[in-house]
Design a protein around this ligand. Structure first.
Ligand code: ADP
Ligand code: MG
Length: 316
């Protein structure tokens, strides 16, 4: 089977949207950004053994590779439009590729994002997806947090990190809880549904990929403010609540891969935004407050096993 057979069979999708002048098949794609929109572009690479365990089911590999990129678009307040896909494969295993593409396609259809090009090579298993999306009006940046804003997060935190610990046999949980956490690791929910809701309300926004403390640190730094964070407010799933306090907080505060949105807005905006999100089945929780009198993040809990670089947390 040649590279061209693979492209024709798996990567040349039918029914492109009208924004695609020319998709897969030529030397480059020709794309049309609607008048009045900006284009947001983001790329992420996933290497087997580094970004995902090599034994991860191919359907999950495809799904997650696209999901985390969709999450970047959500974090910018951009509407998904197109993506390119560069795959390096150790062998042309049709079964693997078919499942991998099915995982991608399932999510692509849900979000109305279309595959417009890519590259197919032989080598160690690696997937690079570049997403492109339309920004109507203002993009959601990390730099807009203001004094008095509430720090909010979608969904629950720490599940994916617990899932990874289970997969790596560092943690044992009851079957149902373990299934939940591994599901959250392999099939993250990108919060693109929040973009419409946050528009005009969120002052700063990003997605939680490296862990809450690290990522909130990015918002604070970009915005030139500090924040108080209340550990009891951090939303946890029923699965995570089975763990001892110290352990579940460690997952929720420093674990990565949750792909929830972290954003700030005024207390006045919060009620309305929370209600709109609830109507779409998405939990929003206020977990802290922006304080320009602080130079850093202040957490009201002392994590024993805290990551380096977070020496400033104090217990008050
Ligand atoms: P070139 O030699 O010009 O780089 P390729 O042979 O790599 O072209 O690719 C041929 C066409 O197939 C191009 O339009 C390219 O974008 C597309 N393509 C190749 N691999 C993929 C892939 N994995 N996913 C989507 N499109 C792909
Ligand atoms: Mg090429």
């Amino acid at each position: 089977m040649s590279e061209f057979d693979l492209i024709r069979d798996y990567f040349q999708w039918s029914n492109p949207p009208s924004s695609v002048g020319l998709g897969v098949g030529d030397d480059a794609a020709i794309l049309r950004v609607p008048a009045g929109c900006d284009l947001a572009v983001s790329v992420d690479t996933f290497n087997a053994g580094i970004h995902f365990p090599p034994e991860t089911p191919p359907h999950a590999v495809g799904y997650k590779a696209l999901a985390v990129n969709l999450s970047d678009l959500a974090a910018m307040g951009a509407e998904p439009a197109w993506f390119t896909l560069a795959v390096s494969l150790p062998e042309a295993n049709r079964e693997w590729i078919a499942e991998f593409v099915r995982g991608i396609q399932e999510l692509a259809q849900q979000h109305g994002i279309f595959l417009v090009g890519g590259d197919t090579t032989r080598g160690a298993l690696s997937i690079t997806i570049q997403v492109m999306g339309f920004v109507r009006g203002q993009a959601l940046l990390r730099s807009g947090a203001r004094h008095g804003d509430l720090v909010c997060v979608s969904g629950t935190l720490g599940d994916a990190a617990a899932g990874l610990a289970i997969v790596q046999q560092r943690l044992v949980m009851l079957t149902e809880a373990a299934t939940h956490c591994i599901g959250r690791l392999n099939y993250p929910t990108s919060r693109n549904a929040l973009v419409e809701i946050l528009r005009g309300h969120a002052h700063a926004c990003m997605d939680v990929s490296d862990g809450l403390l690290a990522d909130l640190g990015h918002i604070l730094k970009a915005s030139g403010v500090g924040a108080k964070l209340y550990h009891q407010a951090v939303p946890l799933s029923a699965a995570l609540l089975q763990l001892p306090l110290e352990q579940r907080l460690l997952f929720a505060l420093t674990g990565g891969d949750d792909y929830e949105l972290l954003f700030t807005l005024t207390p006045e905006s919060f009620g309305q935004v929370k209600e709109a999100a609830a109507q779409r089945g998405i939990l929003l929780t206020a977990i802290g407050e922006i304080d320009e009198n602080l130079t850093d993040l202040r957490l009201d809990y002392e994590l024993l096993n805290q990551k380096r670089g977070y020496d400033h947390f104090s217990a008050n």
